[in-house]
Design a protein around this ligand. Structure first.
Ligand code: AMP
Ligand code: MG
Length: 405
């Protein structure tokens, strides 16, 4: 049986087909993966401007200013946001300025209005200022020529704002990978049905569908196939049209676990089956590569927790690679609040809840029952506790690695 890291390398090595690029309007770009890095073609702000409401002045004019001995300057005009002052501020002069107003020529600092009193045509300044005080320099936010957003970044709301400030209204992004999702099992019924004796609701597929959406992939619901060769052949064949096909169930050692038989019959070349992890040991991965079509095929185990964990650990990395994404799952060290005994040499992914303790350090507790059938353990969790292969007993207070969910 191969290790987790070997399995992950095999998945990544096979995620060779980069998603093509499309252009989307700016307002639809958040959550998408940027295809080409964005280089600023201009300075933001384009001109020096004021960070305060006040007066644009010469710092040298007010070096002696104090509450008791204010300095009087002649007010010669105004620079408001959107209507700059066209003249030059000379020595002994001041121009009223609003936040965002362009700093007039000549001035080299701004005194905030609170430290002044205006009377008729003069303003009394009650303190000295530093050179360039309260002035935002041209290019302070974004410098012309600088890379502002790297290719492969999943765009955030702030990125959309940055793109807008640069006038980029059509954004090159990667196409979303299309993921066929197929549940297998004679016992499964759609969630809107009332199961009869021995039946259960298909809970994994809606969870995977939601995971695809929140990740930025496009899920296709292929429904439920029975544990029946013909049924599986037909559904899987349909799924081989997409970038990825994810099946759940039918990859264990049971008599009705037929997915592993059917995949090779349809031309899927199996790269691995079974990985030294818990939950999720029976996970299977193959590649369908025929003519122009290349589909990565993941046969995930049926236990809902195994399904979700193996989706996160193998399917998401494949999609990140195809999307050229820079973002990786966030790992942190946290202190265990109760001991965990691990009796095998598998890598464990334990559902955990992290919080900060009294000292501000990260602490983590398990969600309790770790049965791989208990999807509620994932629902309660905000992280996975990752226990490596070679570890055994973990005491309370031990440092462990957690992965944020
Ligand atoms: P299998 O891997 O097909 O042997 O399934 C393992 C366990 O997971 C069985 O108890 C199944 O009933 C259950 N299971 C399989 N698929 C699903 C699903 N889509 N939703 C909920 N439970 C499932
Ligand atoms: Mg089954």
């Amino acid at each position: 049986m191969i290790s987790f890291s070997e399995a992950l390398s095999i998945v990544i090595a096979n995620s060779t087909r980069a998603m093509p690029t499309e252009t989307v309007p700016l307002v639809l770009a958040a959550g998408r993966v940027l295809a080409n890095s964005v280089v600023a073609t201009e300075n933001i702000p384009p001109m020096p401007n004021s960070a305060m409401d006040g007066y644009a002045i010469h710092a040298e004019d007010v070096t002696t200013a104090s509450v008791d001995m204010p300095v009087a300057l002649q007010v010669i005009g105004e620079s408001a946001a959107g209507s700059p002052f066209p003249g030059v501020v000379g020595r002994g002069q001041a121009a009223r300025i609003m936040t965002g107003g362009i700093l007039p020529e000549g001035a080299n600092g701004v005194i905030e209005v609170e430290a002044t009193t205006e009377t008729d045509t003069t303003v009394l300044v009650r303190r000295a200022i530093r050179l360039w005080e309260s002035v935002r320099a041209a290019g302070e936010d974004i410098q012309e020529g600088a890379e502002v957003i790297p290719a492969g970044k999943r765009l955030t709301a702030a990125d959309v704002g940055v793109l807008a400030s640069l006038g980029i209204v059509n954004v090159p992004v990667r196409l979303k990978p299309i993921v066929g999702l197929l549940a297998t099992g004679n016992e499964l019924v759609e969630p809107f049905r009332t199961p009869s004796l021995g039946q259960i609701r298909n809970s994994s597929l809606p969870a995977l569908y939601a995971l695809c959406n929140s990740f930025g992939a496009e899920p296709i619901d292929l429904g439920i196939a029975g544990d029946d060769r013909d049924d599986l052949l037909e559904s899987i064949e349909q799924g081989l049209r997409y970038d990825l096909l994810v099946t759940t169930g039918g990859v264990s050692a049971g008599e009705y676990d037929l997915v592993q038989e059917v995949l090779p019959e349809l031309g899927v070349s199996i790269q691995f089956h079974q990985v030294n992890i818990r939950p999720g040991k029976p996970v299977m991965f193959g590649v369908y590569d025929v003519a122009d079509q290349r589909t990565l095929v993941f046969g995930l185990p049926g236990n809902p927790v195994s399904t979700v964990v193996t989706f996160q650990q193998f399917v998401l990395p494949a999609m990140r690679t195809m999307l050229g994404m820079t973002e990786q799952p966030m790992h942190m060290a946290a202190r265990l609040t109760s001991p965990i005994k691990k009796a095998d040499s598998k890598r464990h992914f334990i559902r955990g809840i992290f919080s900060t303790d009294e000292t501000g350090q990260l602490a983590v507790a398990t969600t309790g029952t770790q049965s791989s059938g208990a999807l509620s353990s994932v629902s309660k969790a905000n992280c996975l506790i990752i226990l490596p292969e070679n570890s055994g007993f973990h005491e309370s207070g031990d440092s462990v690695t957690i992965e944020f969910l």
